[in-house]
Structures are given as C-alpha cells and as structure tokens.
Write a protein that binds this ligand. Sequence first.
Ligand code: TMP
Length: 212
Amino acid sequence: NNHKSDSRGALIVLEGLDRSGKTLQSRKLISYLEGLSYSVESWRFPDRNTGVGQMISSYLANKSELDDHAIHLLFSANRWEKRSLMENKLRSGTTLIVDRYSFSGVAFSSAKGLDIEWCKAPEMGLLAPDLVLYLDIPPEKAAERGGYGGERYEQLEFQRKVARSYQILHDASWKTIDACLPIEDVEKQLQEVVLDCVTTCQKGKPLSQLWS
Ligand code: TMP
C-alpha cells in the first residue's frame, strides 16, 4: 500500500437494535475487506476488556445497579479511553469496523427518558464516523430471532423505545439497510457502500469530530 501522508483508514459504524445482525455483518465486512488486502480491524462498544468496560458488563448482566446518568457516562468514558488509539489506527491506514458507537449511547439512554441533548454532550469531540450503517429491523422481528440473551436491555418494550430514539438521531448521512432481507442481500448492500467509503478516506478525506 502506497499511502499519501493524508491517506487514512475509514471509521465505519454499525448501529441497530439488539439482534439486528450487526455482529454477523461486521464479521463479514472484515473478511470482505481483508480479501481485498485492506488493513482492517473489528472493534465494538462497549469494550468490555477495560476497567470501565467491566463495570458496564456487570451492569448489563444485572449484577450491579447504577444511576441512569452514571452508566451513560461510563459508556461514553469507554469510548474516550479508546479515542487516541482509534485516531492512531485510522491515521496509520487501518479501517475500523465498529459494532455500536455514540449513537447506541444516546439511543439507549434517551429511551430511558434522559434528555437527548444531555446524552449527546459527553460524546462531543469523539471522532465522527465516516459512515453509519443502520441495520433496520422492527423490534418484534428482532425479538423473534432466537430470543434475547437476557441482558438488561433485551426486552421488547424497551427495544421499541430504542427504535424511536434511533429514528430521532437518524440523519441523511446514515445508510439504512433493511435487516429483514436475507443475510447475503444485506451483505452485498453493505459491501458496496463500505468500499466506496474506504476509497474516499484513502484519498484523504479529513477526520472530523462529533457532532458534525
Ligand atoms: P452489545 O450487546 O452490542 O455488547 O451491547 C450491550 C448493550 O449495551 C446493548 O443493549 C446496547 C447497550 N449500549 C448502551 O446502552 N450504550 C452504549 O453506549 C453502547 C455502546 C451500548
């Protein structure tokens, strides 16, 4: 790879309800890009491997209780603690496929009734994704998919509220994919937009910050 100095990897985020297929599709995107010889890494938030991540994990497993604001800020801190590594990876030419990001943070917390502007504030200054892929699925359909794992938010009534929050956050820059389509069709649609995004970033599209 013959990079110009401003050439970089792309920050690509997958969002959607629990059981919308994000994890499977991010795995498929990784092998697709690797097959084309791109440098690419799979990331996910929450990153449960850090100290903050372990607090989040215990909260999600219902093993601890936290104030809604406090857990919101922990999710955000979990992204902040990875920010500089993220920027280094991107600048060194590695594309990151990220399973959930700030939009999950805002969608899930505002679904509990927290003010949306308050939810967005701690995300300000994190790197803005080059592409947000929204895997769109009705909450009822997601619930039918082999059942939820039993973590804190995996309940139909709450997922309905999260879907509404995502609709508010959604803007024209997001690419929405019908996640009810067969897996291969979703995969094909994702590949097309992702390749386009990776190419644009390789040509030196500047990095920007949330919320822009
Ligand atoms: P996961 O199942 O993708 O690991 O995500 C765990 C749960 O955490 C999922 O229900 C979504 C929720 N979540 C938030 O509430 N805020 C966040 O900032 C993130 C990244 C996830």
